[in-house]
Design a protein around this ligand. Structure first.
Ligand code: ADP
Length: 228
């Protein structure tokens, strides 16, 4: 669950990147966040992951009050979020299996859990046969599918995808969103920032549009793919 109450974010240079946003996202929702460059999308994501704190207002994510959270608790809070980036951020000297297993190892998951969970998520993203490949041997679409498997491996409450289709073949963008939709059906809340209007029109759902740090549109839109 996410709650924003009268959130303002002013950077030290005086730029008001977020101007009074109040919004709620319930568990299990899939939300597209759209808006032109400079609209405040990255700033909003940074507020949700507590990379930055708001100048005023309140931000609640996954049961944490981010205005009051203690620094030592931030790493635990972040474990409740799976992140997907436009530049994939895989570890180049680990193979696909170990890239996914890594997040489970650093959070001290048991060997049994890792042996069970890693093949499960690689199968979900249809990369079970590439488990031993290194990132450099993968296409952009495959790298992003590994990143999705990694984000989902620890079964987080929330997945945040920051322009996940920006660096992959446009024809494969749909597969990436379909995977995120599948993960969403397992109960994980998904927030996806995108520039690609064609994707948003195709999939539909809840669309939040930002402009100059404000929400100018927040509605459910029927997509062309509704009957799929
Ligand atoms: P978007 O992700 O939608 O492109 P951003 O959140 O990056 O938008 O930026 C929103 C506004 O905040 C822009 O005017 C941008 O120039 C400004 N901004 C972003 N980051 C910083 C920063 N670290 N310091 C000062 N201004 C910033």
């Amino acid at each position: 669950m996410i709650r924003l109450k009268d959130v303002e974010m002013e950077y030290p240079n005086g730029t008001r990147a977020i101007r009074g946003i109040s919004a709620a996202i319930e568990d299990g929702e899939f939300v597209f966040i759209v808006g032109d460059s400079g609209a405040g999308k990255s700033t909003l994501l940074k507020l949700l992951t507590r990379e930055i704190a708001p100048t005023s207002g309140r931000v609640f994510v996954n049961g944490y009050n981010l205005a009051k959270i203690k620094n030592k608790k931030i790493p635990y809070f972040r474990r409740s979020i799976g992140m997907i980036f436009q530049d994939f951020r895989l570890i180049p000297d680990l193979n696909v299996y170990d890239n996914v297993a890594f997040v489970l190892r650093v959070t001290n998951k048991s060997k049994k859990t890792i042996r069970h969970r890693v093949p499960y998520v690689l199968n979900l993203v249809k990369l079970a046969d590439r488990a031993k490949s290194y990132p450099e041997k993968l296409s952009g679409g495959e790298k992003q599918r590994v990143a999705i498997a990694r984000a989902f491996a620890s079964d987080p409450k929330l997945i945040i995808a920051d322009e996940p289709t920006a660096n992959i073949d446009p024809a494969l963008s749909y597969d990436i969103v379909k995977l995120l939709k599948e993960i969403n059906k397992c109960g994980t809340t998904v927030i996806m920032v995108t520039h690609e209007h064609s994707l948003v029109e195709y999939f539909g759902g809840r669309i939040v549009s930002l402009k100059n740090g404000e929400v100018i549109f927040d509605e459910y839109v029927e997509g062309e793919a509704q009957d799929e």
